[in-house]
Design a protein around this ligand. Structure first.
Ligand code: PRP
Length: 180
């Protein structure tokens, strides 16, 4: 039974699984037999990056980054705080940033520019969910799982006050749950 704070399932476990497999195939087609370096952005992308990397047959190494926005100011300044940086040098590597969601685009735009300066061979973005209506800065992912409407979604790594990250599906939160 679904939690009382959730309105409905937006993407089922099966739909996500199938799409993750398709994204992995797109990545494999683009990179052929080249080695890849995945960067998972904590914490939302944890489930997605774990599933995605197991569907990619290339040689894959990976690391995590932790970032935090400065609240409202990050949307105007575009500055994002790096809480955990990479443990490895990415120069000359085929880097894929793996994110759960692009909302305003602030986080990914900043991360992309930040990592580009370290001279990776290639730098791409793979994002499970995209909310194009919410975009404030110009950034596009190279691989997008699903374009979704502007609803508060949780599950498969995404949270509402740290809850629901463990749901195997993606669901919409009821308005009354967060407007209280
Ligand atoms: C979410 C998401 C992205 C960012 C997207 O992270 O994982 O990093 O917000 O928003 P933007 O496009 O407006 O920048 P959040 O800060 O909720 O942290 P979490 O992944 O740890 O839940």
């Amino acid at each position: 039974m679904m939690n009382k704070d959730l309105k409905k399932v937006l993407l089922t476990e099966e739909e996500i699984k199938n799409r993750v497999l398709e994204l992995a195939k797109e990545i494999m087609d683009d990179y052929k037999d080249e080695e890849l370096f995945f960067i998972g952005v904590l914490k939302g992308s944890v489930i997605f990056v774990s599933d995605l990397m197991r569907c990619v047959e290339n040689e894959v190494t990976m690391d995590f980054m932790a970032v935090s926005s400065y609240g409202m100011s990050s949307q105007t300044t575009g500055v994002v705080r790096i809480l955990k940086d990479l443990d490895f040098d990415i120069e000359g590597k085929n880097v894929v940033i793996v994110e759960d969601i692009i909302d305003t685009g602030t986080t990914l735009k900043y991360l992309y520019e930040y990592l580009k300066k370290r001279n990776p061979k290639t730098l791409k973005i793979c994002c499970l969910l995209d909310k194009p209506e919410r975009r404030k800065v110009d950034i596009k992912a190279d691989y997008i799982g699903f374009s979704i409407p502007d609803e508060f979604v949780v599950g498969y790594g995404l949270d509402f006050a740290e809850r629901f990250r463990n749901l195997p599906y993606i669901a919409i939160v009821k308005e009354e749950a967060y407007e209280k």
